[in-house]
Ligand binder design. Structure first.
Ligand code: GDP
Ligand code: MN
Length: 352
């Protein structure tokens, strides 16, 4: 790859022997993947401390850090020292973090201003648009991820408030799951005014890419007239990279990209990933980690009942923003209502 060879764009350090898999063989080809800024070092150390304590000190899955500017020595030193696992640092190629040729940059900037005036969440922030575009269409193409089948997305300042006494990567691989989540929410409609018409046009244009069974009911309201807004909160995400590298996903991303909504509107990667999951996968391909404690401001997934004791959780079960109980997170429970492979039900019956 041209942007890769001959440049000191990446660094891999911490190649220490791993006491849990001494031959360097891991049961799953998997890594944590973190897009992060140099300025977020403290939050990154907090997140790493949490995931190491609750899970990874027993597994030593590697970390891949990605950034649109080179990582500083301080950031590298400050993260490398939080784990015994391998840590790698990659620079994102410019063409994965810039405006596509078909975007009118002046128009985009005009739109950012209007979105700011209309209080569109992050709509006025140029870097956020580039970030969402990257997380939607490019992260899985980074050369540092080439050797992996599965990734677990982490962000600075997230917290894992319960013991994770199983291996979620292994669970994904053994169950042949393609995607997983902890929290689902409704998207703010004013970030995605035209995305549903783009999705409908995509379905009409590429019917051969849409399998007979999928999870369309989860995203379709009023018989398909509207998007439900349901999306998996992608700041936590454990998924099969081969899903994102697939012809179906890439074609979907390219189609959405051509519509301009990553810049003229504020389409987020959570919605884009979720729409793709609902179009191309079926219920059985997706796993809901209900008992995996997770916090990203302001939402928590805090296990209920005995699980809370058993898993040594430090989250508050009855917090208003616990996705296990909150109305705004009901998309998860609608997901549960989706008919399974063996259920004899009308696939066109609306769930909403
Ligand atoms: P929010 O979760 O939607 O409020 O957005 P965040 O600010 O947490 O951003 C999502 C992820 O992208 C986090 O891991 C950030 O560290 C990362 N991120 C956001 N903007 C940038 C950026 O401009 N450069 C880099 N390198 N990372 C970014
Ligand atoms: Mn975040």
């Amino acid at each position: 790859l041209q942007f890769w060879d001959g440049f000191k764009f990446t660094k891999t350090i911490n190649e220490v022997p791993d006491m849990y898999s001494p031959n360097g063989t891991k049961p799953v080809k998997a890594a944590f993947v973190i897009l992060v800024r140099n300025t977020e070092l403290i939050g990154m150390r907090k997140a790493m401390q949490s995931i190491e304590d609750r899970f990874n000190r027993k597994h030593n899955y590697p970390y891949v850090f990605l950034n649109d500017v080179p990582f500083t020595e301080e950031f590298i030193e400050g993260t490398r020292t939080m784990t015994r696992a391998k840590t790698s640092y990659g620079l994102i190629p410019k063409e994965h973090w810039s405006y596509p040729d078909h975007i009118d940059v002046d128009l985009a900037k005009q739109k950012y201003k209007e979105m700011g005036e209309n209080s569109v969440h992050y709509g006025a922030t140029e870097s956020y648009h580039l970030m969402c575009n990257f997380q939607s269409g490019y992260f899985f193409r980074h050369p540092l991820l080439e050797e992996y089948d599965y990734y677990w997305r982490i962000e600075p300042n997230v917290e894992y408030p319960c013991d994770i006494d199983f291996d979620p990567f292994l669970h994904m691989q053994n169950g042949n799951y393609k995607y997983s989540f902890t929290i689902t929410l409704y998207e703010y409609p004013n970030t995605i005014p035209t995305i549903w018409s783009a999705v409908k046009e995509f379905i009409e244009t590429y019917p051969e890419l849409i399998p007979e069974r999928n999870a369309f009911q989860w995203i379709a309201r009023d018989g398909g007239k509207k998007y439900t807004g349901c999306h998996f909160w992608s700041n936590f995400e454990i998924a099969d990279l081969r899903f994102f590298r697939s012809k179906e996903y890439i074609t979907f991303y390219d189609f959405l990209s051509s519509k301009g909504g990553f810049f003229y509107e504020r389409w987020g990667d959570a919605v884009v990933h979720s729409l793709a999951v609902a179009l191309f996968l079926q219920k059985e391909d997706v796993y809901w980690f209900k008992d995996l404690g997770y916090f990203h401001h302001p939402w928590t997934n805090c296990p209920l009942g005995d699980e809370w004791i058993k898993r040594k959780c430090t989250c508050t079960q009855d917090t208003l923003l616990n996705s296990q109980t909150h109305k705004y997170a009901e998309c998860g429970f609608v997901w549960d209502k989706l008919p399974g492979k063996d259920d004899k039900v009308d696939l066109n019956e609306p769930l909403y």
